[in-house]
Write a protein of this length. Structure first.
Length: 62
């Protein structure tokens, strides 16, 4: 079980670093809002995070 928790933590930190490197601080805020909204079971917070991330990804195409 501790190995699974460690691998999960490493994957989460890696994902956060990749988002921050690619999309900057705004991407990190969007990912944080999405994660907190899912953990807290708050649809409005998770939706706000998803919208921020979607706008960052689709921004160059718009």
């Amino acid at each position: 079980m501790p190995v699974l928790a460690f691998v999960s933590a490493v994957l989460v930190v890696t994902l956060e670093q990749m988002v921050q490197w690619r999309y900057g601080a705004t991407g990190l805020v969007g990912l944080l809002l999405l994660t907190v909204g899912i953990k807290a079971k708050s649809p409005s917070v998770s939706s706000a995070g998803a919208v921020v991330l979607a706008l960052l990804v689709a921004g160059p195409a718009l």
